[in-house]
Design a protein around this ligand. Structure first.
Ligand code: CXA
Ligand code: CA
Ligand code: ZN
Length: 456
């Protein structure tokens, strides 16, 4: 095993932009490169995290206590967890009496060649960086213009577009028409991707969905029926700045948060999945320290990326009714289907009735049966507060799930950096689950036999 190369040395080496994929680097690219490559001082203070295996914690309460050090809990096994932590956080975990073992850093996928700045290393070339993903999406839209359209819903901290792709068929849908003769509104379903920078497989999931919808509409009966009777929104990249930062040097940085500076601190970034405006910071499921992996930000929606997407979701309230009925937020890794609440260990709580919980669990377990993931309430892992699912459900009454994609937690599949050879298999693996959610979205309570009570 190679000792990790000190990043500060590497990032001090001056580099000229050498063009992305043979194209000439634009002035904007050069500016972004300068931003990313300069700032060795910041790098010294913020990049000392690494991953550790912690042996001992076996209950959700014990894992929540580990997370309370400010580390992120990345994988949960029976009797151990994998965390990302700095040295001080690792020491706090050690003092809790657990065995803490440093794990090797992210894999070297350079193949001995130097990666282009802001691109994936050569061996992972089938992953899409931000501009490649946007180009792929634009090509899909150009190919299927009557099916898909794109909206720029806002900008990231560093000024990259955050987009939503609307996908819906030309059919009028199958829902019952209102008595006044107006067309029935199609139930809407939201797919969000890449809140966490290092979880690049989730962007590939978005690209897979768009390609699958585009290429199968009109030929695959199940896809056609769903797109004719639903409006699908795909937000493929909530954290473009973090994603680009994670790959900027050609060796993965294991970055999680966005790239927003924090007042009075050299540590950058907010954990987007702790920044949503529902029970923000309530319950020990996030951190108030800027250096933490789970820093919740200075206020709910203080991260521009969260504000942009929350505003977009609020904009789907038409005549007082939220049009979006169901959602999946894609993460990696551990192969889990998770549902709210994250802020409490309890199955039911104010805002979550037994029927709500049962509908969540029934559809969640059915989706998990199709992809082989493990279904559970997210707090079975550890407490979180300010997560997107808690906000989507608690504030907007959208049936929102988190999928934690490949690999599982066994330590085999590459953690946050599975090789690009698995992309096709591991995105297609969720096809059936996504279609199931679309099919249930018009009335999630049908799954528990209570359609008449809730959906008439
Ligand atoms: C998670 C997701 C949604 C609600 C509660 C918990 C897990 C997620 C996280 O901690 O935000 N895990 S992850 N992707 O490794 O960060
Ligand atoms: Ca490869
Ligand atoms: Zn995540």
């Amino acid at each position: 095993m190679r000792p990790p190369t000190p990043r500060t040395l590497r990032s001090r080496r001056p580099r000229r932009p050498r063009g992305l994929h043979g194209k000439v680097a634009t002035a904007a690219t050069a500016v972004l490169l300068t931003l990313a490559m300069a700032a060795p001082a910041a790098s010294r203070t913020e990049e000392r995290t690494r991953s550790y295996e912690v042996t001992g914690p076996r209950t959700a309460a014990q894992r929540t206590a580990v997370a309370a050090t400010g580390a992120s809990v990345d994988a949960v096994r029976r009797g151990s967890v994998v965390i990302t932590a700095d040295a001080a956080q690792a020491e706090r975990v050690r003092r809790m009496g657990y065995t803490v073992r440093a794990l090797p850093g992210p894999p070297d996928r350079s193949d001995g060649r130097r990666a282009e700045p802001f691109d994936f290393p050569p061996a992972d070339a089938n992953y899409h960086n931000y501009s490649e993903a946007m180009a792929e999406i634009n090509a899909d839209i150009a190919r299927y213009p009557s099916l898909m359209s794109k909206q720029v819903i806002g900008k990231s901290y560093e000024g990259r577009d955050i987009i939503a792709v609307k996908v819906t068929g030309t059919g009028t849908g199958t829902g019952a028409k209102p008595a006044d003769g107006t067309a029935a509104a199609k139930p809407e379903v939201l797919f969000t991707h890449h809140q966490h920078a290092r979880e690049h497989l989730t962007v590939e999931m978005a690209l897979y969905l768009l390609k699958e919808f585009g290429s199968k509409y009109g030929s695959d009966a199940r896809v056609t029926k769903m797109l004719d009777s639903r409006v699908v929104w795909v937000v493929p990249d909530l954290n473009p700045d973090g994603g680009e930062y994670d790959i900027a040097t050609g060796s993965y940085r294991s970055w999680r948060k966005n790239r927003q500076p924090n007042n009075g601190s050299s540590a950058r970034g907010t954990d987007l999945n702790r920044n949503w405006d529902y029970k923000w910071g309530c319950c020990g499921g996030s951190s108030g320290s800027t250096g933490s992996e789970t820093y919740r930000g200075s206020a709910p929606e203080s991260a521009p990326e969260v504000k942009v997407v929350a505003d977009f979701v609020r904009s789907r309230v038409v005549n007082g009714k939220q049009q979006i009925k169901a959602a999946i937020d894609f993460h990696t890794y551990s192969e889990l289907v998770l549902w709210p609440f994250g802020w409490t260990y309890n199955d039911t709580a104010p805002g979550m009735t037994q029927d709500d919980r049962d509908a969540f669990a029934t559809v969640g377990k059915s989706m998990a049966a199709s992809n082989g993931y493990t279904p559970e309430q997210s707090s079975d892992l550890y407490i979180t507060d300010g997560s997107i699912d808690d906000w989507l459900w608690g504030n907007q009454k959208i049936f929102a799930y988190t999928f934690e994609m490949y690999p599982d937690s066994s330590g085999a599949g590459g953690g946050f950096y599975p090789p690009d050879e698995v992309i096709d298999r591991e995105t297609a693996r969720n096809r059936d689950a996504v279609l199931q959610l679309l099919e249930n979205a018009d009335c999630m309570y049908r799954a528990i036999g209570k359609e008449a009570q809730y959906c008439r």
